[in-house]
Design a protein around this ligand. Structure first.
Ligand SMILES: Nc1ncnc2c1ncn2[C@@H]1O[C@H](COP(=O)(O)OP(=O)(O)O)[C@@H](O)[C@H]1O
Ligand SMILES: [Mg+2]
Length: 224
């Protein structure tokens, strides 16, 4: 049996007055898998990711990441846990505008209390940006900015990468480059949970989970 990276049991998230964003969800995500989360807008994909990344707390139910129960942790413990174990990539790149590509990656290392210039440079080289280290975000294309944000997400070697529609703002060719970077990380064993509503992009993953009204309605593993 494959090792479980994330184990979710009986998860519910409600927003006042009466939105049930996640409505009793059970799900295991396996280490080394590229799991794709699909579903219509409003089906609960972002809410689920926000709870796995410890940004929001469930209304009820439990989430274990690497065997640690997030629901029993204090806010402080959650912050430390996220920093050490979870890499997040959003649709928006969220880079710091006055820092270079290299500095944007180094700042993530700084918060992890390790600054090793070599490794930030290596990760940016991995994502194909060796010749863009000194560029600030406005001098980079959207696809390049997203690759900097992936480098920032992986610099501290997270156990899992959560990516919420990371190619949503990109044209096809830049989107493909971002997917290729994720595929390369996946080949090296990185666990990825990837949200998209694009069936073409879903094919890059090993397993596709479909949500509807905060519940799993389909769970398909790719047959190779
Ligand atoms: N902070 C919030 N406050 C109130 N309702 C929210 C909040 N975040 C999400 N929702 C609602 O929860 C449901 C699921 O939203 P979301 O997780 O963003 O879906 P998706 O990412 O699949 O489009 C939607 O009905 C949305 O309007
Ligand atoms: Mg969303």
């Amino acid at each position: 049996m494959d090792k479980v990276a994330v184990s979710i049991k009986g998860l519910v998230k409600t927003y006042p007055p009466d939105t049930r964003a996640i409505s009793g969800l059970d799900l295991d995500i396996y280490q080394g898998d590229w799991t794709v989360l699909m579903g219509a807008s409003g089906s609960g994909k972002t809410t689920l990711l926000n709870m796995i990344s410890c940004m929001e707390r469930p209304t009820s139910g439990t989430i274990e990441v690497l065997g640690k129960d997030l629901t029993s942790m204090s806010d402080r413990e959650l912050t430390v846990f996220r920093r050490n174990n979870i890499g997040i990539v959003f649709q928006q790149y969220n880079l710091i505008p006055y820092l270079t590509a290299l500095e944007n990656v180094e700042i993530a290392q700084f918060f992890h209390s390790v600054v090793d210039k070599g490794s930030a440079q290596n990760v940016l080289t991995e994502v194909g940006l060796a010749d863009r280290l000194g560029h600030t975000p406005t001098k980079l294309s959207g696809g390049e900015q997203q690759r900097v944000s992936i480098a920032r997400a992986v610099i501290n070697e997270p156990s899992i990468i959560l990516a919420d529609e990371p190619t949503g703002n990109l044209d096809r060719s830049n989107g493909k480059k971002v997917m290729e970077v994720l595929a390369k990380l996946h080949r090296k064993g990185q666990t990825i949970l990837f949200v998209t509503h694009d069936t073409e992009l879903a094919r890059w993953g090993d397993r596709v989970i479909t949500l509807s009204d905060g519940r799993v309605i389909a769970d398909d593993r790719k047959v190779n």
